[in-house]
Ligand binder design. Structure first.
Ligand SMILES: Cc1ncc(COP(=O)(O)O)c(C=O)c1O
Length: 390
């Protein structure tokens, strides 16, 4: 066996000893509130980000088939070479309208968007990024790739951010960029965006937000937290994903026309990566129309009822539950505790994946329960009954 194989075995043994080994689990059914695993195991799924239940919506699937027949299966090159197609522009225009922005630009995924976005605006020459302590890994990696000085401020703490902004100014920073998730993926809490935007405006800092878990869920027509708070023009760069509530794949940044042009020129994950297949863009356009129309409203109302039912049930059990978003963490501590709890729920037919470091900080391994509009009251009540036993 080669040297890489030996290293892999050593690393895997170390992960296993710490309770941090992960493995893939293959589903044999389409995404949904109920899923099937090999061997016929059927489970109620509380782990997906398909918040509105659109990932297997027939109209979106049919649009994808039609679009693949028209546009083929792949984009064949980067947008800047020969991978730029009409559906990309139609989707970008629709996304800009959806989020009341001037322009939008597509990326292959949310991870790619964050990795390309930050380095396009800040670099190593006296630039500073201020990043929330619980930002998603893709923002963390975007910070690293930018080579700017990164200062992490306490989670959702505007006072800590104000201190960091002052320090950055005094240190003579050329450009300052503040980066935050709007809904935090593993805690389900919501950033104090009004305060953050006011601080950025006062200090002349760029504000970049990641609305991955807010798109489709919060705000008018599901346009996100910035839209909910009327902060569309105060947030310079709004990243959203097409892979969660929209139920398809890919991501986008809503911004000014000039920012869009800079991203097309400078975002390395756009310049040096094959474009999103145009058929995917066309399917996302159909999903976006559903999400922002009457069907989206009905699904958000259904989701809201489930959130309220679960939050009040959890509080009755003495568990904390903010009910602000469809994401409910049950923090247990050690990785083994999270593994044990997930196995117990699974034995009762409930699929709640354990979340361990490095996805969450050490000592805060947890169950992350995520609700979808596809869940009904019986699903929620079965979960509550199992949590009671847990
Ligand atoms: C907050 C946040 N940002 C970005 C991403 C990455 O998005 P994508 O899955 O489209 O790469 C995720 C999740 O995957 C996320 O939770």
């Amino acid at each position: 066996m080669g040297i890489a194989d030996r290293i892999a075995r050593e690393e895997l043994s170390a992960l296993e000893a710490q309770g941090l080994l992960r493995s893939l689990e293959t589903q044999t059914s389409a995404p949904g509130a109920e899923i099937a695993l090999p061997g016929g195991e059927r489970l109620i799924n509380f782990s997906s980000n398909d918040y509105l239940g659109l990932a297997a919506h027939p109209a979106v699937g049919e649009a994808l088939s039609r679009a693949a027949a028209r546009w083929g299966s792949g984009a064949s090159a980067s947008r800047l070479v020969c991978g730029d197609f009409v559906p990309h522009h139609e989707l970008e225009n629709a996304l800009a309208r959806f989020e009341s922005g001037e322009a939008a630009v597509l990326f292959g995924s949310g991870y790619a968007a964050n990795c390309g976005l930050l380095p396009a605006f800040v670099g190593r020459d006296q630039d500073v990024i201020l990043s929330d302590a619980l930002n998603h890994a893709s923002l963390v990696d975007g910070c690293r790739l930018s080579r700017a000085r990164v200062e992490v401020y306490s989670h959702c703490d505007p006072e800590a951010l104000a201190d960091s902004l002052r320090r950055a100014r005094v240190s003579g920073a050329r450009r300052i960029l503040v980066a935050t998730d709007t809904v935090f993926s593993m805690d389900g809490d919501v950033a104090p965006l009004r305060e953050i935007a006011a601080l950025c405006e006062r200090e002349g800092a760029i504000l970049a937000v990641d609305e991955a878990h807010a798109t489709g869920v919060l705000g008018p027509r599901g346009a996100g937290l910035a839209a909910e708070l009327g902060l569309e023009s105060s947030v310079d760069l709004r990243m959203g994903t097409l892979s969660k509530a929209v139920g398809v794949f890919g991501a986008y940044v809503v911004c000014s026309r000039a920012c869009r042009e800079l991203l097309v020129n400078r975002a390395r994950s756009l310049v040096f990566s094959t474009a999103l297949p145009p058929a995917i863009a066309e399917a996302a356009l159909v999903a976006l129309a559903l999400l922002s129309g009457a069907e989206g409203e009905a699904r958000r109302a259904r989701l809201r009822r489930s959130i309220d039912r679960l939050a009040s049930g959890m509080r009755k059990l003495g568990l904390s539950a903010s009910g602000a978003t469809p994401i409910f963490p049950v923090v247990l501590g050690a990785p083994e505790e999270a593994l044990r709890a997930a196995a117990m729920l699974r034995a009762k037919g409930l699929y709640v994946r354990p979340i361990r470091p490095p996805t969450v900080p050490a000592g805060s391994s947890r169950l992350r329960i995520a609700l979808s509009a596809a869940h009904d009251d019986e699903h929620i009540d079965r979960l509550l009954a199992a949590l009671r036993e847990l």
